[in-house]
Design a protein around this ligand. Sequence first.
Ligand SMILES: Cc1cc2nc3c(=O)[nH]c(=O)nc-3n(C[C@H](O)[C@H](O)[C@H](O)COP(=O)(O)OP(=O)(O)OC[C@H]3O[C@@H](n4cnc5c(N)ncnc54)[C@H](O)[C@@H]3O)c2cc1C
Length: 292
Amino acid sequence: MLNKYGEVEENASLEFCNTYGIKSQTKYLVKPFDLKSLQELLIFLDKENIKYYILGKGSNVILPDNPFSGAIISLANLNKIEFNDHTLKVEAGALLSKVVSEAIEKNLQGLETLGTIPGTIGGALYGNASFYKDITIYDKVKEVMVIRNHELVTVPREDITVSHRHSSFKGSNDIIVASTFILADGDQEKMLEEVKKTKEKRLATQPYEYKNAGSVFKNPDAASAGKLIDEAHLKGLHVGDAYVSEKHANFIVNKGNATSQDIKELIKIIQEKIKAKYNIDLELEQQIIEWE
Ligand SMILES: Cc1cc2nc3c(=O)[nH]c(=O)nc-3n(C[C@H](O)[C@H](O)[C@H](O)COP(=O)(O)OP(=O)(O)OC[C@H]3O[C@@H](n4cnc5c(N)ncnc54)[C@H](O)[C@@H]3O)c2cc1C
């Protein structure tokens, strides 16, 4: 019945739907064909009392080990990118990397440092993705379009509160479907150089050779979480196949078959050791997802 609204896979593995590669499962994995089918799908799921969860690229989440009895919704088919002069309108399933490369092609500047974040526009707006603390996705946002109680609603930027890796969409039931950005004229060569520099820096400092979900902890005030973990000699510490990265101590990497439980236990051990050594509470940047 769900295939009326999109591509459907039943009893699907989520291993390739999260960058940790956790082997979670779901009863239904649905990719709505377009905005209208997404809207109709949500009405149907609510009517039938079927639980659902929106997943972008799964690059900021720790999925559970137990299977989800509802529908995971992927917005991969909602990926339109439209330019109108300096205005860029993007659907939520579009990848940041694609959006940024198209903007650069049009000589439009403002998002280039975010182009190496491996997520979708929807995930980035939900979690206020940023390049370090300086440049955030919201710097150029004009408005965000969401589905709220089955209706399409446009939320102006001034009605959205944001802080480091937080937006007011967190904790709401809104589903982000698109956003408009206002970009400035830019110098293509300079922007390409910026992207190249960012990529090189990431490759040199982050463990791309293993599955991971980016920085595990937020940096505490005036300190670096990675430095604290490194100085506490926790690099290489592991639970099962979940390891504190040797390359960057604020990353946990999956060296094989790490489970959600392995990753969460390792997080707990790190938090306890940092608390004992520095009396600092490390706050998670990644999101632990729980479902029945
Ligand atoms: C190697 C690596 C480097 C990274 N570097 C950075 C970095 O520099 N800066 C940074 O900010 N992050 C970084 N991240 C983390 C991550 O890529 C970002 O947080 C990204 O924005 C998450 O997007 P996503 O599509 O993967 O979201 P997901 O992980 O799929 O989802 C995250 C949350 O957003 C919700 N969500 C997703 N789409 C929607 C939607 N359309 N409507 C409502 N809710 C939605 C999900 O339900 C979930 O709660 C990095 C990750 C990796 C693996």
